[in-house]
Design a protein around this ligand. Structure first.
Ligand SMILES: [Fe+2]
Length: 148
């Protein structure tokens, strides 16, 4: 029994979106909470982007041939990475930080919706069972989760 790679990725998509929503909700000068959520979002995003780009997309490309879809998903991740990097240089109390968080939310919601709808349906049909298991184990390992 392996970790379900789709469930792990879906959970991280949801965790990142919820974290950005928490940043956007703490508008009353609760900077410490914003900073905590920002740190959590960044850490989960790093693990997710590295895994998707290094492991999931190469396997999904081979199995589905959906190159244009995958390129769009990767481009959205690169944009999100750029926004996160720009937020690192901004004061979490600034309106620029909150505007960047708004952009990040729209960008990442697009990434998650598009990938889960367009790519995963095909990948679930076409990726060999053994590959799906290996991907689940690898993502669990990167996240420090138990393998069963
Ligand atoms: Fe993703």
């Amino acid at each position: 029994m392996s970790q379900d790679v789709y469930e792990l990725m879906r959970r991280d998509h949801a965790f990142i979106l919820a974290g950005i929503e928490q940043i956007l909700e703490h508008t009353n000068g609760d900077t410490a909470r914003r900073v905590k959520h920002f740190r959590d979002v960044k850490q989960t995003f790093d693990t997710l982007q590295n895994f998707e780009e290094q492991e999931f997309y190469p396997a999904a490309r081979r199995a589905t041939g959906l190159d244009a879809e995958i390129d769009d998903d990767m481009e959205a991740l690169d944009e999100a990475r750029g926004i996160l990097t720009s937020m690192d240089g901004l004061s979490p109390e600034s309106s620029e930080f909150m505007e960047a968080a708004q952009r990040l939310h729209a960008n990442f919601r697009w990434h998650a919706d598009h990938e889960e709808r367009a790519l995963w349906n095909q990948a679930k049909e076409k990726l060999p069972h053994e590959t799906v298991q290996k991907l689940g184990d690898e993502y669990a390992r990167r996240k420090g989760l138990p393998l069963t």
